[in-house]
Design a binder for this molecule. Structure first.
Ligand code: PLP
Length: 435
């Protein structure tokens, strides 16, 4: 039993059959049964304690295991590891204690409140995890269906890279049920329906449960990129999705110090031998230091998301009422076309907002008028970041393709930070008044 538990932790598998917060010392807390405050309290506790490992030295925070290889005591230790009698670390591309601790913590959060085991593997980037999810589920001769709007590099992977390996792809706007049904019927070789919600950068929202229902009825798996929402706001596995991917570079780490990614699944075998194993075979391995930094960041995710969301609401309301802003896209606004879906599947509406300012000149003047907020790609940092999708994150798309999915030259994307909301609002009011 002791060996079994250590193996589960090593492989980033989290199983909470009757309790939440299972780690080396056992149960920490139990499920409350639906009270909103209890839920928030419990996921906060989970974020701090799940997956924590305690080094034999007694150090409270697990050290950074900066090592490429691991020492066996003698040849008998090698034999017993080889025959599966004992578990051992051997080589850091295959496994590392910091990577396993982070995987366990993230699996605990994505599987929060679920009875089944949830497993995770950590990658050297979000794109490493996105690629592994698709290559782990589809191969030559298979088909993948994705929504129309995706993060620019994922868009490129789906349109340009996968077809080179004989994986065909197609798009369905918002994965709307009747259109998805028809697309699946005409592509019976579909293995994956790929979802990104809220989507980068238009903030469009896809109905996860409905997509799962339609995809599963045709034997296809559902992968959800949960980067914008995080498991604090949205848990796709509990809505029936098969796999969750993350760019942990963003809110999960939260401090802009790391590039990283994660693959999470309700099927431990997919993590151990399927898409998760691609971290070893394709080598998209994260550094132990990056995993350590991300674990530390993840401890405060629930706390940060509360501040991020509150600031985003205040800013979105200002932007929506401002005469120089043509449209504000934030799923929490009643004017958002999928507000009802977002209200159903998200705990809160996140910290990503896009605005339409009319044309490239207005977008540029606005960005040049900001003083506290930084002009930078990436998102989910404690600092407010602003970027121009058409010339930055989505520049690889043709102007026609951008226009078709609503990414205009006048669109600016905002990642709202956790600074005092008054300071964020003052910065934006000043920049907007210059238009
Ligand atoms: N998914 C989304 C929604 C993203 O925004 C990004 C990056 O911005 C990625 C995936 C890729 O992550 P990474 O840059 O960590 O490879």
């Amino acid at each position: 039993m002791a060996l079994q538990r250590s193996l589960l932790v090593r492989r980033g598998i989290y199983h909470a059959p009757s309790c939440i917060g299972l780690h080396a010392s056992g149960c920490l807390t139990t499920m409350s049964g639906g009270n909103e405050d209890d839920w928030e309290r419990e996921i906060s506790t989970e974020a701090v304690h799940a997956g924590e490992m305690h080094d034999p030295s007694g150090s409270h925070i697990d050290p950074v295991h900066m090592t490429s290889t691991y020492v066996f005591e003698d040849s008998e230790a090698i034999r017993s590891w080889g025959s599966g009698e004992t578990d051992a670390h051997v080589y850091s591309r295959v496994g590392n204690p910091n990577r396993e601790a982070l995987a366990s913590k993230l699996a605990a959060l994505e599987g929060f409140g679920m009875e089944e085991p949830v497993a995770a593997e950590i990658f050297g980037s979000g794109m490493g995890a996105v690629s592994a999810s698709l290559l782990g589920l589809a191969g030559a001769g298979d088909h993948i269906i994705a929504q129309s709007v995706l993060y620019g590099t994922t868009n490129h992977l789906v349109n340009e890279v996968l077809p080179k390996y004989d994986i065909s792809t197609s798009r369905v706007p918002l994965l709307e049920a009747s259109l998805l049904e028809a697309e699946l019927a005409s592509n019976p070789n579909t293995k994956v329906v790929y979802v990104e919600t809220p989507a980068n950068p238009t903030m469009s929202v896809v109905d996860i449960a409905r997509t799962v229902e339609v995809a599963h009825s045709h034997g296809a798996s559902v992968v959800v990129d949960n980067t914008f929402a995080t498991p604090v706001l949205q848990r796709p596995l509990s809505l029936g999705a098969d796999v969750v991917v993350h760019s942990t570079t963003k809110f999960i780490n939260g401090h802009g110090t790391v590039i990283g990614g994660a693959l999470v699944s309700r099927d431990p075998d997919f993590i151990e031998n399927g898409g998760g194993a691609l971290v070893r075979y394709m080598g998209a391995v994260p550094s132990p230091l990056d995993c350590w930094l991300t674990s530390i960041g993840l401890k405060t995710l629930p706390l940060r998301m509360r501040e991020h969301c509150a600031n985003a609401r205040a800013l979105a309301e200002l932007l929506e009422s401002h005469p120089n802003v043509k449209t504000t896209y934030w799923p929490g606004l009643e004017s958002h076309p999928q507000h009802e879906i977002a209200s159903r599947q998200m705990e809160d509406f996140g910290a990503m907002i896009s605005i339409e300012l009319g044309d490239f000149e207005s977008a540029s003047r606005f960005m040049d008028g900001l003083s506290m907020s930084s002009l930078a790609v990436s998102l989910g940092n404690v600092d407010t970041l602003v970027q121009h999708p058409a010339s930055m994150t989505h520049r690889l798309m043709t102007p026609e393709d951008r226009e078709a999915v609503g990414i205009t030259d006048g669109m600016v994307r905002i990642s709202v930070g956790i600074e005092a909301s008054e300071d964020i609002i003052t910065d934006f009011q000043r920049a907007l008044s210059g238009l």
